[in-house]
Ligand binder design. Structure first.
Ligand SMILES: [Zn+2]
Length: 379
């Protein structure tokens, strides 16, 4: 992800810190300044924040490990001040699987909180646990011994762990708000999908997600909680984007490669100069090309970006074969979802369509797909 720093890889998943993560330290300094915190209290606060982000990281690993069970890989985990994101390659399609993946994150925080509470209850004097919980949550700044009402003394360490456990529970409650695509919203969409199907369930969940997100933005502005407002805006965009994706995919799933293939297309020769490709790009409407050798065998594709790269250098006398990439072929009856996934995953602009015998019948390019989707959506 852009603007992120890789910190380590665990269980095969790289973990990144987004540059905005540094703002946390500014926030800590600002908070310490305005509350008049001493050095010890500031250090405790820093440790608390870092521990909290460790819990957020474990939460994201919860999603990632659950997803792995269903054969879905996680590209990376990115930590930002507003929380973490486990970027899954895709969402599992079965509603029950999505339900498990969504709930696995908050479940990790429940487990952390329970373990902390159990450990704390064993380490403090019998009978003082409830009172300590109460005082710990009421006193925000950690770093000093606190006396409870009945005179029990609570050390900063106990205070810290109670606070951490409590914050984990707050995280669970917050994440389970049904604001799609937050975890609660995913659980909601998964449950709704079992009954209404994925496209309709997503539309409803995304609508509810945006309404709740607007409320979060408002609440953030009202209580001057900037993070909450930013999160709300983030959710609004994410809900829209994911809904668009699901609706487009639903639309594409109803069509096959044969429905959009373009039978007439320009053929480039692998031993021609790049000049030919540059001229073809300049004077035509096509942006991506199939490349053939002298025996008319398909050998690759030539992408717009690569032609532009040659044009800028300038390099007009290299053979086209120096710039070609591997070609992907689909069959006439392959779903357009498959075509779109190939185009996205390989980052290519054009794909060949062949019949069962491997005979090339036409091409599908990105622009053609987008045009088709726009036409179908407008119906
Ligand atoms: Zn989560």
């Amino acid at each position: 992800m852009r603007g992120s720093l890789k910190v380590f890889t665990w269980l095969g998943i790289p973990v990144f810190l987004h540059w905005t993560f540094g703002l946390i330290f500014l926030y800590i300094l600002w908070h310490a300044q305005s509350e008049g915190l001493g050095i010890a209290e500031t250090i405790w606060l820093t440790v608390l924040f870092m521990s909290l982000f460790l819990c957020v990281l474990l939460h994201e690993y919860g999603h990632a490990i659950a997803a792995r069970r269903y054969g879905v890989k996680t590209r990376d985990i990115v930590l930002m001040p507003i929380g973490g994101v486990a970027r899954l390659e895709r969402m599992p399609e079965k509603p029950f699987h999505e339900f498990v993946v969504a709930i696995a994150g908050p479940a990790v925080n429940v487990v952390i909180a329970v373990i902390l509470f159990v450990v704390i209850s064993f380490t403090v004097e019998a009978g003082s646990f409830g009172e300590m919980l109460f005082s710990a949550v009421q006193t925000r700044n950690i770093g000093q011994e606190i006396a409870t009402e009945s005179g029990y003394l609570m050390s900063p360490t106990v205070h810290f762990f109670i606070y951490l456990a409590f914050t984990n529970l707050m995280l669970v409650i917050f994440n389970m708000i049904p604001a799609f695509p937050m975890d609660g919203g995913r659980v909601f969409r998964a449950l709704l999908s079992m009954w209404l199907g994925r496209p309709k369930a997503t539309r409803i969940a995304a609508w509810l997600g945006q309404v709740i997100a607007l409320i979060l933005v408002g609440a953030g502005l009202w209580s001057s909680d900037v993070m909450l407002s930013i999160l709300g805006i983030f959710v609004i965009y994410a809900a829209r984007a994911e809904n668009d994706n699901v609706q487009t995919e639903d639309l594409l799933s109803r069509y096959k490669a044969r429905d959009v293939l373009r039978p007439h297309f320009t053929r480039l020769r692998s031993n021609d100069w790049m000049l030919t490709a540059i001229e073809t790009l300049r004077h035509g409407l096509e942006r991506h090309f199939l490349v053939f050798d002298v025996n008319d065998r398909l050998v690759g594709i030539l992408e717009e970006e690569d032609i532009v790269r040659a044009m800028r250098k300038p390099d007009v006398t290299s053979e086209i074969s120096q710039y070609t990439q591997n070609v992907q072929l689909v069959q006439l009856d392959d779903s357009l979802v498959k075509v779109q996934n190939l185009i996205r995953q390989q980052g290519i602009g054009i794909i060949g369509v062949a019949d069962e015998s491997g005979k090339l019948l036409g091409v599908i390019d990105k622009a053609g797909m987008m045009y088709f989707v726009r036409m179908e959506e407008g119906k």
